[in-house]
Design a protein around this ligand. Structure first.
Ligand code: ZN
Length: 84
């Protein structure tokens, strides 16, 4: 077992307030358990800002892309089920 907190904690801290205490987000309403893991979703413990710990930027565009992908996959599944 690796320490999740240390793995995701960035040595430069939060991009907005510089706070060193950040934690990996395990679950979000938009991505369930997989989405935040794919996007390296990290939350600052001080200002609650969420960002990508790899790119050190806000994950907003990533969340939009993830949502569109989910929608396309869901649409394709419905399409193929109805085709039969
Ligand atoms: Zn912060």
């Amino acid at each position: 077992m690796t320490d999740q907190l240390n793995e995701f904690t960035n040595e430069n801290g939060c991009p907005t307030c510089g706070n060193m205490l950040t934690s990996a987000v395990k679950y979000t309403w938009w991505g369930g358990f997989i989405g935040p893991k794919l996007l390296h979703h990290t939350k600052c413990n001080a200002c609650k800002f969420t960002y990508n710990s790899k790119s050190r930027r806000s994950n907003t565009s990533g969340i939009i892309i993830y949502s569109i992908l989910l929608f396309v996959v869901a649409f394709a599944m419905v399409f193929f089920i109805n085709k039969k």
